[in-house]
Design a protein around this ligand. Structure first.
Ligand code: ADP
Ligand code: AMP
Length: 215
């Protein structure tokens, strides 16, 4: 099963994608996580994407598509995957569809986690991420058991550089201009499903698993 998570930055795509990946034994593929890992390691790719990420802009399609196609060609993706943060533009979606078509395959579901802009800023300013395993928390809504420490692996929790309020506004406008058109794109393909992302994490997950199990 190939699932795409859609939604504004901070809507809860990553949180839900990790839960889906665990329950259905699918790899969780996040282009943002791949870029952040490269930034941390100081690779050539990390250096190329840094300025875009710092500004809250999108990394160019050519670069992003290459990274994504390489990742999903790996063995662990042969029975499907959950994409989180990709595609973010119509050209990215078109390339993915064409590549899958060559294999006689297609995306099964695009799940849009809907959260209004006014909730997004609060979500992102309270987001904390584990430096080691990438688990995400929220200081108010989904706090770790011990402040500043990851429940899963015990490493330190940090605030992402691009979660500062100025960058969040920029990312939201980029989302509305470049990513939101994908809702229409997948609606036309008949695979878009929408869930109310303002509910608590488990209720959102319940709505998503109902969709997947019906599919
Ligand atoms: P995205 O991957 O869409 O950018 P995340 O999954 O990282 O978003 O979630 C953004 C922030 O909101 C995180 O701090 C996360 O813990 C929190 N969060 C996720 N889902 C919910 C929810 N249903 N209710 C409240 N907070 C949530
Ligand atoms: P995310 O972790 O999904 O919020 O992504 C963090 C940042 O990585 C974004 O603000 C972009 O700069 C970059 N990024 C992640 N995925 C993509 C993508 N599919 N296309 C372009 N840029 C991306």
């Amino acid at each position: 099963m190939k699932i795409i998570m859609l939604g504004a930055p901070g809507a809860g795509k990553g949180t839900q994608a990790k839960m889906i990946a665990d329950k259905y034994a699918l790899p969780h593929v996040s282009t943002g996580d791949i870029f952040r890992a490269n930034l941390k390691e100081g690779t050539e790719l990390g250096m190329k994407v840094k300025a875009y990420m710092d500004q809250g802009a999108l990394v160019p399609d050519e670069l992003t598509v290459e990274i994504l196609l390489d990742r999903v060609s790996k063995d662990d993706c042969k029975n499907g995957y959950v994409l989180d943060g990709f595609p973010r533009t119509i050209p990215q979606a078109e390339v993915l569809d064409k590549e899958l078509e060559k294999l006689g395959d297609a995306v099964d579901l695009a799940i849009d986690v809907e959260v209004p802009d006014e909730n997004i800023v609060r979500r992102m300013s309270g987001r904390r991420a584990c430096v080691k395993c990438g688990a995400t928390y929220h200081v108010e809504h989904i706090p770790p058991k011990q402040e500043g420490i990851c429940d899963r692996c015990g490493a330190e929790l940090i605030q992402r550089d691009d979660d500062k309020p100025e960058t969040v506004q920029k990312r939201l406008s980029v989302y509305h201009e470049q990513t939101a058109p994908l809702i229409d794109y997948y609606t036309k393909k008949g695979i878009l499903k929408t869930v109310d992302g303002t509910q608590d994490m488990d209720a959102v997950f319940g709505a998503i698993t109902a969709i997947i199990d019906r599919h």
